[in-house]
Design a protein around this ligand. Structure first.
Ligand SMILES: Nc1ncnc2c1ncn2[C@@H]1O[C@H](COP(=O)(O)OP(=O)(O)OP(=O)(O)O)[C@@H](O)[C@H]1O
Length: 260
C-alpha cells in the first residue's frame, strides 16, 4: 500500500461560531484519485485550501510525505508542488490564453518568451486545445476556459523541478457545465493523471453525480465537521451509511438537515 503523500491529523477550523472542521483525519496516497463530497457548507473547499497551504487550520497537523508542514505557501513553505483548479476558471481577461497559462513562468523564471510559448503550447495540447494561445478568455466557452485553467495548473518550470505540481486539487471543476462538457472535463482529469507531465495524484470536490463516479476511486463524505464515510466509489450504491444514501438519493428526509 502506497504511503500518504498528504496527511491531515485532527484538523479543526472554525469561522466565527461556525465549527466547520472538527478534528478531521484524512490521508491522500500517492497515485490516488480522491473525491471529497458532502452537503453544501460542510467544509470541502476549506479542506482543499488547508491542503494547498492557503489557509491555516486552528489546530491539528499536516504532514507532507511524512514531514510536518509548519507554515503557509505565503510564508515560502512549499514542500510539495500543488496545482489548484478552482470552480471559476479565474483567468485574467486582459491577458491572452498563452499569457494566462504561462503566467507564473513569465513572473518567476528566466526562460525566454520562445521557450515559455513552447511549454504553454505543450500544455494546451494536453488539455485538447492546441493553437489557441493568442485568443482571449472572453472568446472561449466556459468549458474551454476550464480546460485553459487546467493547463495553467499543470504548468511546470523545467528549471525548478520542485515547483512542478505533483498533486492537483480540483474544486467543483464541472460546476455549471452541460453533461457533455462535463464528460470532456471528467475524461481530461483522468487523462492528466495518466499522462507523463501530468499529475499522478488528485483530490476533487464536486457535487455532480457523474463527476463523482467518473473521477474518484475513493470517496470521503464530510458532514458536521467530520468524515462520516470513507469508501470506494463502486460502493456508493450499496452503502449502508444513511447520510451517503440520502445524499445520492437527493431525499429531503434523513439524517442530513436541509438548510434553506
Ligand atoms: N473565510 C471565511 N470566513 C467565514 N466563513 C467562511 C470562510 N470560508 C468558509 N466559510 C464558511 O465555512 C463553511 C464551509 O465552507 P466551504 O466553502 O468549505 O464549504 P463547502 O463544503 O465547500 O460548500 P459548497 O459545497 O457549498 O461549496 C461555510 O458555512 C462558509 O460560509
Amino acid at each position: 500500500m502506497a504511503e500518504p503523500i498528504i496527511e491531515l491529523k485532527k484538523i479543526s477550523k472554525t469561522f466565527g461560531d461556525n465549527k466547520v472542521l472538527d478534528k478531521v483525519d484524512l490521508a491522500i496516497k500517492q497515485g490516488e484519485a480522491l473525491g471529497i463530497i458532502g452537503p453544501s457548507g460542510t467544509g470541502k473547499s476549506t479542506i482543499l485550501r488547508i491542503i494547498a497551504g492557503l489557509l491555516a487550520p486552528d489546530s491539528g497537523e499536516i504532514y507532507i510525505r511524512g514531514r510536518k508542514r509548519e507554515g503557509l505557501i505565503e510564508d515560502g513553505e512549499n514542500p510539495l508542488g500543488i496545482g489548484l483548479v478552482f470552480q471559476q476558471a479565474a483567468l485574467f481577461d486582459s491577458l491572452t490564453v498563452e499569457e494566462n497559462v504561462g503566467f507564473l513562468l513569465y513572473q518567476h523564471s528566466n526562460l525566454s518568451r520562445q521557450k515559455i510559448r513552447e511549454l504553454v503550447e505543450e500544455k494546451l495540447e494536453m488539455v485538447g486545445l492546441p493553437g489557441i494561445g493568442d485568443r482571449y478568455p472572453a472568446e472561449l466557452s466556459g468549458g474551454m476556459r476550464k480546460r485553459v485553467s487546467f493547463a495553467r495548473a499543470i504548468m511546470a518550470n523545467p528549471e525548478n523541478i520542485k515547483d512542478n505540481p505533483e498533486v492537483l486539487l480540483y474544486d467543483e471543476p464541472t460546476a455549471g457545465l452541460d453533461p457533455i462538457a462535463s464528460t470532456v472535463i471528467e475524461n481530461l482529469i483522468r487523462d492528466l493523471k495518466a499522462k507523463t507531465g501530468g499529475c499522478g495524484t488528485y483530490a476533487i470536490v464536486t457535487h455532480q453525480d457523474s463527476t463523482i463516479r467518473r473521477t474518484s476511486d475513493r470517496i470521503v463524505f464530510l458532514y458536521h465537521g467530520k468524515v462520516q464515510w470513507d469508501g470506494k466509489v463502486n460502493e456508493i450504491d450499496t452503502v449502508e451509511n444513511e447520510m451517503v444514501r440520502q445524499f445520492f438519493s437527493g431525499s429531503v428526509a434523513g439524517p442530513i438537515q436541509v438548510i434553506g
